[in-house]
Ligand binder design. Structure first.
Ligand code: 5AD
Ligand code: SF4
Length: 470
């Protein structure tokens, strides 16, 4: 049963917000360090929103903060090691400044037995909580600040969903909007369903209210977030699915819509047709393949084979010819033979992705694949991923060169750090384009003609046509 966090519980948290003390001479400061995916980045925006509602202000670095919070990721071993290494580093700051409060939260803390392990190994951590109880931060931090002992809250049951939390957004023009939490797919290599719980879709009216507010405040682009957005709405009342949600979101007038992540098994023709008919949905589709080999796909529990994956690719390209495809690929899944790996290499050649995220399989305790025989030695996986990256690099180069001469609508989001006259933004296909401009261009959607291609980015010039969004 999915339960919205009740207003009574949110009100109870508000009492801690009000009671939270500031320091005698100034407000307390915080610094959040985020690891992992966009979901975590957005969780950190909510954590920051809550902390600011408690009267805290952001500190630019960890060294200057009264409270440092590490929002962790556990998708692969290196993500975990990075998070823990940096937490260890905080111990030195705490020696000099014992008043420093240190917290860890997120996916890693939610792993079975991990909270106990972290607290045992890192006695200087004051506060630990999981992924499903972000809304409890006021109470948890209040208790940690009392310094009566360490505060730990990692609920086992992940069936709740909180609405109405404050958010401190990282950008005035781009915003993340979560449409669903959790994942039901249990790919055999993946820890996510174990730490983020079962799929819970937000009600469409709550999502649409958020988007409408963002439109009013001048946001130009939203990214709809979910572990598997294509199965949006399955447990909701009424006839909701992701295609219908996209159509409703488009009606709010938000200029650009993106979404992440899609599962090929749930990619319907209706969704593809909706994308084709909705110009505000950007021409980029991230479609994780994971492998190009049928036996490996079965062992991964992906619920599609290579032919079915390619069928979705062809359908996307048929209905939306200018769409750019990207993917996730894993090499070195247990038992992967050279021939099976070559099927993944071959998939890269056959599809011609704009770009790909490539990963070496990392065994995650508690997932079925971790106990499979024939784990692949690291040197074999490393050699395979190098070949895969090289193959994909050629396609990325080809893709970038194919755009030379075209005019792309770019949402301008950054000024180059080295050169104030160089502006950067992404085109519909999610590729960065640099061009000469001014600070006034920031936050605008401008037509840019592509002049040349680098290794991963494009270079262009502003077209003299009228600005599109004015
Ligand atoms: N090892 C390597 N890569 C993984 N991913 C998920 N779990 C693992 C793992 N155990 C990759 C998948 C997924 C992306 C977010 O991370 O490719 O799509
Ligand atoms: Fe992990 Fe698979 Fe769910 Fe993606 S769909 S989060 S890879 S279990």
């Amino acid at each position: 049963m999915i339960q919205k966090i009740t207003q009574a519980e949110l009100d109870r948290q508000q009492e801690y917000v009000r009671a939270f003390p500031s320091l005698p001479d100034r407000p307390m400061t915080y610094h959040i360090v985020t690891y992992g995916c966009q979901m975590n980045v957005h969780d950190s925006e909510k954590l920051a929103g809550i902390l600011e509602s408690m009267g805290m202000t952001a500190a630019p670095t960890r060294e200057e903060a009264d409270f440092v919070l590490h929002n962790t990721c556990c998708i692969r071993d290196n993500a975990e090691r990075k998070a823990l290494g940096n937490v260890t580093w905080l111990k030195e700051i705490k020696k000099v400044r014992p008043s420093l409060l240190i917290g860890v939260c997120g996916c890693m803390v939610q792993e079975e037995g991990m909270a106990e392990k972290i607290l045992r190994q890192y006695p200087f951590i004051d506060l630990a909580f999981g992924t499903g109880n972000i809304h409890c931060l006021p109470e948890l931090l209040y208790k940690a600040a009392e310094r009566k002992g360490r505060v730990v809250d990692v609920p086992e049951e992940q069936s709740t969903l909180a609405e109405g939390l404050p958010v401190r957004r990282g950008s005035p023009w781009q915003a993340y909007v979560t449409i669903m939490y959790g994942c039901n797919n249990f790919c055999t290599y993946c820890i996510v369903p174990h730490v983020r719980g079962r799929e819970r879709s937000r009600e469409a009216k709550d999502i649409l209210r958020d988007v409408e507010e963002l439109v009013k405040s001048g946001t130009k682009e939203i990214m709809l977030l979910g572990q598997n957005v294509n199965s949006y709405g399955k447990e909701l009342e009424g006839d909701w699915n992701f295609a219908r949600l996209l159509r409703e979101v488009a009606k709010t007038g938000i200029p650009r819509i993106r979404f992440m992540t899609s599962h090929p098994k749930d990619l319907t023709d209706e969704l593809i047709e909706t994308i084709a008919e909705t110009p505000s949905v950007q021409r980029h589709f991230h479609l994780p393949a994971q492998s190009g080999n049928d036996r490996i796909l079965r062992a991964m529990n992906r619920h599609y084979d290579r032919a079915q994956y390619l069928d979705r690719v062809h359908a996307l390209r048929k209905f939306v010819p200018d769409i750019g495809l990207t993917t996730d690929l894993i090499v070195g899944f247990p038992g992967e033979t050279e021939a099976e790996f070559m099927d993944t290499m071959d998939l890269v050649e056959e599809v011609g992705y704009d770009s790909a995220f490539t990963f070496i399989y990392s065994p995650r305790v508690g997932t079925p694949a971790a106990s499979l025989p024939d784990q692949i030695p690291p040197e074999v996986s490393t050699e395979r991923i190098e070949r895969l990256i090289k193959a994909q690099d050629r396609h990325t180069e080809k893709c970038l060169h194919s755009l030379i001469g075209s005019v792309q609508d770019v949402l301008v989001t950054e000024t180059s750090r080295r050169d104030e006259t160089m502006m950067t933004g992404k085109c519909g296909r999610n590729i960065s384009i640099n061009f000469t401009g001014t600070k006034e261009d920031l936050g605008r959607i401008l037509p840019v003609r592509v002049l040349s291609a680098g290794r991963t980015t494009l270079r262009g010039e502003k077209c003299l046509e009228e600005n599109k969004d004015e």
